[in-house]
Design a protein around this ligand. Structure first.
Ligand code: NAP
Length: 508
């Protein structure tokens, strides 16, 4: 058999976090085995591989924060830690036979749509290939964001980001500056506070923090979940239902969240007796506007004698001295950035060139938009998992991912039904109508009206990340591909003849 000029696959999946592994499982279950998973690192897990900072855990209960098709009766805690979540993803990889599909150390460098052949040309760190369909599952929390701080290069000590923790560097006995008060920072602070010499927290905006109802899942519960699957399903169902009921307060009636603010203030008061520190830590925006954080150890850590809270952002670094926006100066041996990720400006978007010769980043310069959170106009056969406006503030992203995987499976089915060498390109009118609808609903949400700035909003102040509805509603709207929303692209008949001649040559 003569060798093809290049490798061609039906589907190329980018990333092997929850989204990429989930896509791989669903493709296989659909009988599609001609696919590869392109992973830039040397192991699976995505954000749960990269975030290994001390105290890293998920604040969505594990029985909900896991695949419906891969239940795990053995979750050790309500909110399991990163090592357990990462191990779960490794097990999913083996259980579902995904390893042969995965290409490690294969960072995608560019993706270019070939409108003649109707396929994607994919350049990776380990070689090139073409693919009929691309599933981009790089995730919004994959590329760390470090603020452009004046003089940072002059800092003689250690600097790293929460998602790139340097485990070889010992923080014990050091003067550490923690930058940020997001979900990552508030887990790091209590984990390192007991061992560092001094901890200075640069708090640009205080966070709302609620108690964390964490506990060990008992041996009896685990036994029951393993032996009587209905108990596991009931637990998941309950966790899901409670969160669905909360949605309307976030999306339609933010004033109802005032009650939750009182709970959060009480939580702070129980740990922080000093009224000056309490005033510093009290947010001036509606709870829920930024992600609500859960911790029982954050406030107690901030009251310890080796901790200072600077109620201001980090503005400048002058050698060992860190200068806050309010002028406070602090000396440090190490800086840990808990400053989040490139969410609304996903780096992968710069590497994808669509049918019009423009990149996804160029198309999205005024804000990301995609039909049903998944397909962008001008980027045929290209699906983004956790695409625009699919993020949640209060529930499990795995539910959203699985809905998008239903959409992917139906997308593949539609391609088969239509037959031949074809591609589906989202109609601009459909994408705009979808986006208009989402943005209209966004006007009332706490994320847009709560009086805060957050990573849900892009540089134009538009919320292009959150989903303004329930997960059940998203599941419904992603159940099937509506062909009326797509333009069907076909290789012209003359080209088809040429192609089949080539194919005959390739397999002869
Ligand atoms: P984040 O929520 O984006 O928080 C970044 C923090 O850095 C904010 O407090 C921000 O302040 C601050 N910041 C940025 N520049 C600064 C500066 N120059 N000086 C001082 N502070 C500065 O990032 P993250 O904490 O990594 O969390 C990202 C997302 O990951 C979360 O929202 C969540 O979805 C997920 N996550 C979940 C968990 C969990 O389940 N427990 C844990 C970690 C992460 P401003 O608020 O003023 O912008």
């Amino acid at each position: 058999m003569a060798e093809r000029e290049h490798e061609h696959v039906r589907v190329a999946v980018i990333g092997s976090g929850f989204g990429g592994l989930g896509a791989a499982v669903r493709l296989r279950r659909q009988g599609i085995t001609d696919f590869v998973v392109l992973e830039r690192a040397g192991s699976v897990g995505g954000t749960w591989r990269d975030n290994s900072y001390p105290g890293c855990a998920c604040d969505v209960p594990s029985h909900l924060y896991s695949f419906s098709f891969a239940p795990n009766p053995e979750w050790p805690r309500n909110f399991s830690g990163q090592p357990h979540i990462r191990a779960y993803l490794e097990r999913v990889t083996d259980t579902f036979g995904l390893r042969p599909h995965i290409r490690f150390d294969s960072e995608v460098r560019s993706l270019r749509w070939n409108g003649e052949e109707l396929y994607w040309e994919v350049e990776t760190a380990s070689g090139s290939l073409t693919a009929d369909v691309v599933v981009s599952a790089t995730g919004p929390l994959s590329d760390p964001k470090v603020p452009d701080v004046l003089g940072l290069d002059s800092f003689p000590g250690k600097v790293f980001h929460s998602a790139r923790w340097d485990h070889d560097y010992d923080l014990r006995g050091k003067r550490v500056a923690m930058i940020g008060t997001g979900a990552s920072a508030i887990q790091i602070v209590p984990s390192i506070q007991p061992t560092v010499d001094r901890l200075t927290l640069f708090q640009r905006t205080p966070a709302w923090v609620l108690p964390r109802a964490d506990r060990k899942i008992s041996g009896l519960e685990r036994w029951l979940h393993a032996k009587v699957p209905a108990t596991r399903a009931a637990r998941r169902g309950l966790l899901w239902g409670i969160r669905e009921l909360q949605v309307s307060a976030f999306t339609k009636r933010p004033n109802e969240l005032g009650l939750i603010e009182r709970l959060a203030k009480g939580h702070m008061k129980r740990s922080v007796k000093d009224p000056v520190l309490r005033a510093k830590l009290t947010p001036d925006y509606r709870i829920g506007c930024k992600r609500i954080l859960l911790s029982n150890s954050y406030y107690p850590a901030l009251t310890q004698p080796n901790v200072d809270v600077v109620a201001s952002g980090l503005k400048e670094v002058r050698g060992k001295v860190l200068v806050a926006s309010d002028g406070t100066e602090t000396e440090a041996d190490a800086i840990v950035f808990g400053t989040g990720f490139h969410v609304t400006d996903m780096p992968i978007a710069h590497r994808v060139t669509g049918a019009n010769g423009t990149t996804l980043a160029e198309e999205w310069k005024d804000g990301m938009e995609a039909l049903r959170g998944t397909t962008a106009a001008g980027f045929p056969n290209f699906l983004t998992i956790i695409g625009p406006n699919t993020g949640l503030g209060n529930s499990s992203m795995i539910l959203m991912i699985e809905s998008q995987l239903n959409y992917l499976v139906d997308f593949m089915r539609q391609l088969d039904v239509l037959g031949g060498k074809i591609a589906l390109n989202a109609r601009p009118s459909a994408v705009h109508a979808w986006t208009r609808g989402v943005q209209k609903r966004m006007e009332r949400t706490v994320w847009n009206t709560g009086g805060c700035d957050s990573w849900y909003l892009d540089s134009n102040g538009r919320n292009t990340t959150a989903w303004p509805g329930t997960t059940a509603e998203f599941r419904k709207v992603t159940r099937q591909v509506d062909l009326a929303e797509y333009e069907v692209l076909r290789v012209p008949a003359a080209r088809r003849g040429e192609r089949s001649a080539q194919t005959v040559k390739a397999v002869a």
